[in-house]
Design a binder for this molecule. Structure first.
Ligand code: FE2
Ligand code: FE2
Length: 171
């Protein structure tokens, strides 16, 4: 069974959204590194690599099912941020929007009784739980740091470690 025209279009849109997520996160990484926060930068770079993998997962799935991949223009990401706190507020909001988008795709697959798409999209549903959890977790840490510069440097170091540990991840 081939996904409905509507779902094929929505999956192509989702490829764009995943690449736009990658683009957003490397834009944030650039800002962080410019502010001398290499650990935050490393975490965001790693996050961007994962988003590009998400895009390619959908790319491969469409091709596997005999559908066309039609890449779209990417929207330019914001380049200016006000603080690490604002960056992570945006990360969390962004991940929540992506979850909504994935949920809509899943809803379309359900309605069409398209079981292959449901199984495929199930991975993304689980992944979004993790994405929302980790972005909330970091947002809370940044909030707790407040104006304490020493604590910010400590958190930056901690995130830098996680960034390099995750670098070999499959997802
Ligand atoms: Fe993603
Ligand atoms: Fe994500």
């Amino acid at each position: 069974m081939i996904p409905s025209q509507g779902l094929q279009k929505a999956m192509n849109d989702q490829i764009r959204k995943e690449f736009e997520s990658a683009y957003l996160y490397i834009s944030m990484a650039a800002w962080m590194e410019d502010k001398n926060l290499p650990g935050f930068g490393a975490w965001l770079r790693q996050q961007a690599r994962e988003e590009a993998k998400h895009a390619m997962k959908i790319f491969d799935h469409l091709l596997d099912r005999g559908c066309r991949v039609q890449l779209q223009a990417l929207g330019g990401p914001p380049v200016d941020f006000t603080s690490p706190l604002q960056v992570f507020e945006e990360v969390k909001k962004h991940e929540q929007a992506v979850t909504k988008s994935i949920d809509q795709l899943y809803g379309m697959a359900l309605e069409a009784k398209d079981y292959a798409s449901q199984v495929f999209l199930g991975w993304f549903i689980t992944e979004q739980v993790e994405e929302e959890r980790s972005s909330s977790h970091i947002l809370e840490s940044v909030r707790r740091v407040g104006d304490d510069q020493a604590a910010l440097v400590m958190l930056d170091r901690e995130l830098g470690q996680r960034g390099s540990e995750d670098a070999g991840d499959e997802e």
